[in-house]
Design a protein around this ligand. Structure first.
Ligand SMILES: [Fe+2]
Length: 210
C-alpha cells in the first residue's frame, strides 16, 4: 500500500520528471511490478486454495478477491506500459493523464482489497489453522517472491514496519541473513527506492512553498 501511495503521489507531477528521473522510476517500478505479480500468484495458488480446502467449500469472498487481484494486476500492467510509453514520448500530456488515472485507480482498488483480505483471511486462518500452520503458510507465501528480488525482501519489509516490529523481525532472522542485509542488501534496496523518496520530498517542499 505504501508503494502504491508513493507511486500515486509521484504520478501527480509526472510531467515534470526529467528523462533520468523517469528512468529511475521505471527501474523501481519493475521491482514493484514483479513483487506484486508473484505475491498475488502466491495468494491465489497457496493461501486461498488452502483456506478453501479447510473450509471444505468454495468461498464467494475468495472469488471476489481473485477478481480484484486480476483488476489490480491489470492496472499494474497498464501503468508499466504507460511508464514505457512516457519514456519514448518525452512526457506527452495525454499519457501523463492516463497514468494518473491508473495510479489513482490502483490505490483505490488496493485499499479496499487489502482491508477485505486482511479481515477475511485473519478470520479464516484463526478458525481453521493452528498457530504453527499459520506461520508456515505466511512463510510460504512470502518465499514466493521472484528470485532476482529475494535480496530486496528484507530491506523492503524493514521499510514498511515500525521500529518495534523491526526489532521482532531482526530477532527472527538467522545471523548470516542479518549480516548480508547489513552489508549488501540494504544498500542495493536503498539505491532503488531512495530516488523515489527524494522525488516525493521535492514534491512536498514545492507544495509547501505554494
Ligand atoms: Fe491480495
Amino acid at each position: 500500500m505504501r508503494d502504491a501511495d508513493m507511486l500515486n503521489n509521484i504520478a501527480l507531477r509526472i510531467e515534470k520528471l526529467t528523462p533520468e528521473e523517469l528512468q529511475l522510476l521505471s527501474r523501481w517500478y519493475d521491482f514493484f511490478w514483479n513483487m506484486m505479480e508473484s505475491h498475488h500468484a502466491a495468494e491465489d495458488d497457496l493461501l486461498f486454495r488452502a483456506v478453501e480446502e479447510r473450509m471444505e467449500q468454495p468461498s464467494e469472498i475468495i472469488e471476489e478477491m481473485e477478481v480484484e487481484h486480476n483488476r489490480i494486476q491489470f492496472l499494474i500492467d497498464e501503468i508499466r506500459r504507460l511508464i514505457g510509453e512516457l519514456k519514448r514520448s518525452a512526457g506527452e500530456a495525454s499519457i501523463c493523464r492516463e497514468l494518473q488515472l491508473n495510479t489513482d485507480g490502483l490505490v483505490k482498488v488496493f485499499q479496499a482489497h487489502i482491508m477485505k483480505e486482511e479481515k477475511y483471511i485473519l478470520e479464516k486462518m484463526t478458525a481453521h489453522f493452528t498457530v504453527n500452520e499459520q506461520r508456515r503458510m505466511e512463510n510460504r507465501v512470502k518465499r514466493k517472491a521472484p528470485v532476482r528480488y529475494l535480496s530486496f525482501m528484507i530491506p523492503w519489509l524493514h521499510d514498511s514496519l515500525s521500529e518495534e516490529e523491526n526489532k521482532i523481525l531482526d530477532q527472527s532472522l538467522p545471523w548470516p541473513v542479518r549480516l548480508m542485509n547489513h552489508y549488501f542488501w540494504k544498500d542495493r534496496y536503498a539505491r532503488l527506492v531512495n530516488p523515489m523518496k527524494a522525488l516525493l520530498e521535492l514534491q512536498h517542499s514545492q507544495l509547501s512553498k505554494v
